[in-house]
Write a protein that binds this ligand. Structure first.
Ligand code: ZN
Length: 250
């Protein structure tokens, strides 16, 4: 889920989807006709972080962050080898960190959030103003391909727009670096796809904004796990139960 998920699989809020108070795990169980295996719901950033820890280019790192890219931006945090969840399971909701109070409106009702500046719909709105001419964009993948193609052709507007987007991203990563001192922050989704044009300015901004020397040694890289990071993490989490010998009791 790209949104808040509590311990029993309810989604109190998912601004990117417009969801509020959805008992998702219960609804899934009902839709599956009350199957007798466990149905678990988790946040996509958390699962992507588990996938990075186990299968990513930086596998084995005790302190890492996976920052999801897409409509929503969320952070999955591995701290001291464990997934950081917080009191109610809501840790890592960095998508609504306010980077610019005078910035664009956000789906959460506020302005200038990281998501409203760096999320894929926001980037498409800014850099491909003709995208919504035939109605609201619902599938952003063709637009992402267009952005990648235009950046590859050195389109000056798109290149400058992506460099600016990278600066916003870097400011948020600097907060993560100072707060958590991770070894690496891995960006996924469109942030990885557009990484060649986003990450140079993001890294410069990280170095300039982080309080800690050399951003505490924090690397900023594109995830190598592609669009399947969260699904891979879901499988990893399910297999961890088996590997630990804690099989579900019948
Ligand atoms: Zn917001």
């Amino acid at each position: 889920m790209p949104g808040l998920v509590d311990a029993v699989g309810c989604v109190p809020l998912a601004p990117a989807l417009g969801w509020r108070d959805v008992p998702l795990a219960a609804q899934l169980r009902a839709a599956l006709r009350d199957v007798d295996f466990t149905v678990t719901v988790d946040n996509e950033a958390n699962l992507a972080a588990l996938a990075e820890q186990r299968h990513g280019a930086q596998a084995g790192a005790a302190d890492l962050v996976h920052l999801t890219g897409g409509a929503g931006i969320g952070a999955g945090v591995i701290a001291d080898g464990r997934l950081l969840r917080g009191k109610r399971g809501f840790a890592g909701e960095i998508g609504h960190l306010c980077l610019d109070p005078a910035g664009p409106a956000c789906a959460c009702g506020r302005s200038g959030c990281l998501e409203a500046l760096v999320g894929l719909p926001a980037v498409v709105r800014r850099l491909l103003p003709d995208a919504a001419e035939d109605g609201p964009v619902t599938d952003f993948l063709p637009e992402l391909d267009r952005l990648k193609a235009l950046a590859g052709q050195d389109d000056p507007t798109v290149r400058a727009g992506l460099a600016e987007t990278g600066r916003h991203l870097g400011r948020a990563v600097a907060v993560l670096a100072d707060l958590l001192n991770p070894e690496v922050v891995l960006v996924g989704g469109h942030l990885a796809t557009l990484g060649p044009w986003l990450l140079p300015t993001a890294r410069a901004e990280l170095a300039a904004r982080a309080l800690t020397p050399e951003a505490g040694g924090c690397l900023l890289e594109a995830s190598t796990l592609g669009a399947t990071a969260a699904a891979l993490g879901g499988a990893t989490a399910a297999l961890a139960t088996v590997e630990s010998g804690r099989l579900p009791a019948r």
